[in-house]
Structure formats: structure tokens, C-alpha cells
Design a protein around this ligand. Structure first.
Ligand SMILES: Nc1ncnc2c1ncn2[C@@H]1O[C@H](COP(=O)(O)OP(=O)(O)OP(=O)(O)O)[C@@H](O)[C@H]1O
Length: 259
């Protein structure tokens, strides 16, 4: 086990209230025949960076939307730092970076950041803001309308908000897809730093290499069920990689294709 995982294990033992605690959540879309999520139970402790992975359609985004009460929980419960997830106290402790590009194009980047700062009652550190703009290649663009940002720039602006607010729980749904390699590297590092400071993060991504570098644990969703919840060091020792674990769970072997 790496030093990092040992540190976070100690942190686990010291903490009694998880940053995120999902208990027995099931969900079915109104017109769907089958449930999309079945009895989902897992947690993320303060200081932990947990990867949420699974094939397309396995229910990752649906699960995240229930965490943020975008979809009402139909059975089970979700707590943020011990408070019901739908309570405004819980909402002020958590931030959701959505997979969709639904940023308000009529605001400038700086206005967008200030809007979040006001919502969360946080004062923006101007030095940190300009350092982050520089780090993510957005220096000088903060006064431009978001409408004029590229796809990747909008995603980087969302990440900057997360790294400025530093709330106890940050949940990222594929926001890292589509950003350039340098920013991806910095984002991974900044997320790790956020968690090393004691904050928690849930990162939904198909970038297994990144998870192997920075995550403490990985939760694998398959057909709406959690089929694995393992530390990255355990995955490395037992399976070699997250890719191998996933292939094994899906029952896929190299050369299986019927071309
Ligand atoms: N609004 C909806 N109404 C009905 N079914 C939906 C709706 N949104 C998603 N689904 C279905 O729920 C299942 C899970 O979708 P979800 O988007 O949560 O998966 P995902 O794991 O996030 O996938 P991806 O990796 O492609 O983003 C899929 O079968 C999808 O078709």
C-alpha cells in the first residue's frame, strides 16, 4: 500500500462522519420498466478521492443527480457530512460539476466565479484566482463572456470554481473529458491537493490512468449495481490495473471480438 493510501486509511479511521454517505438507493425513471439504480450503498470519507466508474448507461450520472436532489431519491437515503442531502446545509457543503455544458453564456468568467462565491458565502482570494487562471491557460479571458469560451475553456472554468470554493465535498461528472492534456495533469494534481487538505471528492471518469495516479478508491457500477468498491492499491496488487479489473467484471477478454 502506498504512503498516500496509508495516510488516507488513517484519516478514515479518525473520521466518523463520511463526507458522502449513500445508503440503499434505488431509482427508476418514470417511464422506464426497470430500475436504473439498485440498492446503492457506498461512502466517501473526508480526505478521500474516490473514482466512480462503469460502462456507458450503468447509472453513474443518474446516481450523481440523485445525490444532488435533481432526481428525488425514491428509496434509501443520502447524507452529506451527516445531513440529509436535500437539506440546504448539505447543499452548501457540496459542489456538483455537471457533465453538461449548461454554463450561463451571458456572464463573464469572473462574474460566474463571483456568483458561486456569493451562493456559497465564500470570499474569492484574488491571488489564487489569477494563479488558477494562469495555470489553466485562461489568463486575460476572465472578462470575456462565457458564450465566447470554447468547450474545454468552460470545463476549466468549472474546475477553477471548485478549486476556489474548496467545499467539503466536490463531485465531478466527466467534467475532465475534453480538456487539454496539460490542464488534465494540473486538474488531477489540484484534486489530489484538495483531498490531501481533508476535503472529499467523487470523480466520475473513464480516464483510468488518471484514477490510478490520484484516487484512493474506485467504485465500479455495472447495470445499476455496485459490483466493486476497492482501494487503488488493492486493485494494483490483485488485478494490475483498473482496466483489467473492469474487463474481468465485464467478462471481456482480449481477442473476444468477433471481427
Ligand atoms: N431521463 C431519462 N429517462 C429515462 N431513462 C434515462 C434517462 N436518463 C438516463 N436514462 C437511462 O438510465 C440509464 C443510466 O444512464 P446514466 O446516464 O445514468 O448512465 P451513465 O453511467 O452516466 O452513462 P455514460 O457513461 O454514458 O455517461 C441508461 O439506460 C439511460 O438510458
Amino acid at each position: 500500500m502506498s504512503d498516500r493510501n496509508e495516510t488516507s486509511l488513517e484519516c478514515d479511521l479518525a473520521q466518523t462522519v463520511p463526507a458522502l454517505d449513500v445508503r440503499g438507493v434505488s431509482f427508476r425513471y418514470p417511464r422506464a420498466k426497470n430500475t436504473v439504480l439498485t440498492d446503492i450503498t457506498f461512502h466517501v470519507q473526508p480526505g478521500e478521492l474516490v473514482g466512480l466508474i462503469g460502462p456507458n448507461g450503468s447509472g453513474k450520472s443518474t446516481l450523481i443527480r440523485t445525490m444532488f436532489d435533481i432526481y428525488a431519491v425514491q428509496s434509501g437515503s443520502i447524507f452529506v457530512l451527516g445531513v440529509d442531502h436535500a437539506d440546504s446545509l448539505a447543499r452548501m457543503q457540496s459542489l456538483y460539476l455537471s457533465t453538461n455544458d449548461d454554463l450561463p453564456g451571458f456572464l463573464t468568467g469572473e462574474e460566474y466565479v463571483q456568483l458561486f462565491a456569493q451562493m456559497y458565502g465564500v470570499e474569492i482570494d484574488a491571488t489564487r484566482f489569477s494563479a488558477l487562471l494562469k495555470r489553466y491557460g485562461l489568463s486575460g479571458r476572465e472578462h470575456d463572456l462565457i458564450e465566447d469560451y470554447s468547450h474545454g475553456m468552460q470545463k476549466k472554468l468549472q474546475l477553477i470554481v471548485a478549486f476556489l470554493l474548496r467545499v467539503p465535498l466536490t463531485v465531478i461528472d466527466e467534467t475532465l473529458n475534453g480538456i487539454d492534456i496539460e490542464s488534465l495533469f494540473f486538474a488531477a494534481q489540484d484534486l489530489r491537493d484538495l483531498c490531501d487538505e481533508g476535503h472529499a471528492a467523487l470523480l466520475c471518469t473513464h480516464d483510468f490512468a488518471m484514477l490510478e495516479r490520484v484516487a484512493d478508491r474506485v467504485v465500479l457500477l455495472y447495470n445499476g449495481c455496485i459490483v466493486e468498491d476497492l482501494t487503488v492499491s488493492h486493485i494494483r496488487n490483485e488485478y494490475g490495473s483498473i482496466e483489467n479489473l473492469t474487463m474481468e467484471v465485464l467478462g471481456v477478454e482480449w481477442g473476444d471480438d468477433e471481427r
